[in-house]
Design a binder for this molecule. Structure first.
Ligand code: 3HC
Length: 315
C-alpha cells in the first residue's frame, strides 16, 4: 500500500469508530500524541500514590486503613496497565520513566498539592478520583485499542475510589464541629485544583482539536469539566459542604452550574514545577525507582533464565 492508501485506511478506521491496534499503520503524529497522553496518565497514577501513602499509618480506623491500602494498590496497578498499554507504541517503560525524571514528561498537577489531614484523603477520593472518572469514562471510547481497554478495566475500580472518598467527607460532615471544619477546609483547598485536572480551557488547549479529530479525546476539556461540576456541586450540598466559589450559580435555562474564573496562573505555575510538592514528589519517585533497580534486574535475570531453559528444552 502507498503512504496515501495507508492514511486513507487509517482515516476510514477512525471514521467508522474502529479501534486502532498496535499493528495498524498510524500517522507518526497520532502515535506520538497517544504515547504522550498514555505515559503521562501512567506517571500520574503512580505519583498519585504518594500523597495518599502519607496517611496509611495515620488512618483513623483499621477499616479506613484497609480501604486506603486497597485504593493505593489499585492506583499502582492502573499505572502498570497504562505503561504496558503505552509500550505497544514502541517505547520501553524505562525510557518513559527517564523522560519523567528528566522533566520531559508530565504528570497531573493535582498530585503536587499537600495532604494536610485525613479530610484531604476524603477530598482526593471524592474530587480527584471523581474528576478522573469523568475523564476516564470518556476515554473508554478512545480510538487507540489498548488504551480504551485499559480504561474499561480502570474505570471499574475508580468508582470505589470516589465512593470511599465521599463516605469520608460525609462522615466528617456528620461529626464534631472540628471535623466539619476540617472537611470544609479540604473542600476549599481541593475544589479548584480538581477542576484544573481537565486541562486548560478549550481555547488554550493545543492538543484538543487534533485529539478530537483522531477520536483520542471523545469530549473536550471544558465539556468534561462541566460534567464533573454538574455532578459534584449537588453531592457537596447533600452533605452540607459549601462550594468555595462566590460566583457559583445554577442556570435554569442551560441546566448547568456556572462557576467563577479558574486561576490559570496557579495551574500553569504548578505544571511548570512551582507547586508546593513538585520537588518532593519527583525526589521520592527517583529515590525509590533507583532503590528498586535490584528488583527489576532480578526479574529480568529470572525471565531470561526461564526463556533460555524453555528454548533449550524445545530444541
Ligand atoms: N496537569 C499537568 N499537565 C496538564 C494537565 C494537568 N492537570 N492538564 C493538561 N496538561 C498539559 C498537557 O499534558 C499538555 O502538555 P504537553 O503537550 O506537554 O503534554 C498541555 O497541558 C496542554 O493541555 P491539553 O489540554 O492541550 O493536553 P491534552 O489534550 O493532553 O489534555 C488531559 C490534557 C485532559 C489531562 C489529557 O491528557 C488526558 O485526558 N489525559 C488522561 C487522563 C489523565 O492523565 N489524568 C491524570 C490524572 S490520573 C488520576 O487522577 C488517577 C486517579 O486514579 C487518581
Amino acid at each position: 500500500m502507498t503512504e496515501e492508501e495507508k492514511l486513507k485506511r487509517f482515516n476510514a478506521l477512525i471514521e467508522q469508530d474502529e479501534k486502532i491496534e498496535p499493528k495498524d499503520w498510524m500517522p507518526e503524529a497520532y502515535r506520538k500524541t497517544v504515547l504522550r497522553q498514555m505515559t503521562q496518565h501512567a506517571h500520574s497514577e503512580v505519583i498519585g500514590m504518594q500523597p495518599e501513602g502519607n496517611w496509611v499509618l495515620r488512618a483513623p480506623t483499621l477499616r479506613a486503613k484497609k480501604i486506603l491500602l486497597a485504593k493505593i494498590q489499585d492506583e499502582g496497578g492502573h499505572g502498570l496497565y497504562l505503561y504496558s498499554a503505552a509500550e505497544t507504541l514502541g517505547m520501553d517503560r524505562s525510557e518513559m520513566i527517564q523522560q519523567l525524571h528528566e522533566g520531559k514528561a508530565k504528570y497531573s498537577h493535582i498530585f503536587n498539592y499537600p495532604t494536610l489531614n485525613w479530610a484531604d484523603i476524603g477530598a482526593i477520593g471524592w474530587l480527584v478520583d471523581g474528576a478522573a472518572i469523568v475523564n476516564q469514562v470518556s476515554l473508554q471510547r478512545t480510538s487507540y485499542g489498548p488504551y480504551s481497554r485499559a480504561m474499561v478495566r480502570i474505570c471499574k475500580e475508580e468508582s470505589f475510589h470516589q465512593r470511599q472518598g465521599y463516605e469520608i467527607m460525609a462522615t466528617m460532615m456528620n461529626g464534631t464541629a472540628a471535623q466539619k471544619e476540617m472537611a470544609q477546609d479540604a473542600m476549599n483547598r481541593w475544589w479548584w485544583p480538581s477542576l484544573m485536572m481537565f486541562g486548560p480551557s478549550d481555547k488554550d488547549s493545543w492538543h484538543t482539536q487534533e485529539s478530537m479529530q483522531w477520536k483520542i479525546k471523545r469530549a473536550s476539556n471544558d465539556d468534561l469539566r462541566q460534567k464533573f461540576i454538574d455532578k459534584t456541586v449537588d453531592q457537596a450540598y447533600v452533605i452540607g459542604l459549601t462550594v468555595p466559589d462566590k460566583d457559583l450559580k445554577f442556570n435554569e435555562t442551560s441546566k448547568h452550574w456556572e462557576i467563577g474564573a479558574i486561576n490559570w496562573d496557579e495551574f500553569w505555575n504548578v505544571v511548570k514545577g512551582n507547586g508546593l510538592c513538585n520537588h518532593k514528589r519527583m525526589a521520592h519517585h527517583i529515590k525509590y525507582h533507583n532503590e528498586g533497580q535490584w528488583v527489576r534486574q532480578a526479574v529480568l535475570a529470572y525471565s531470561e533464565k526461564i526463556n533460555a531453559m524453555q528454548s533449550a528444552t524445545s530444541l
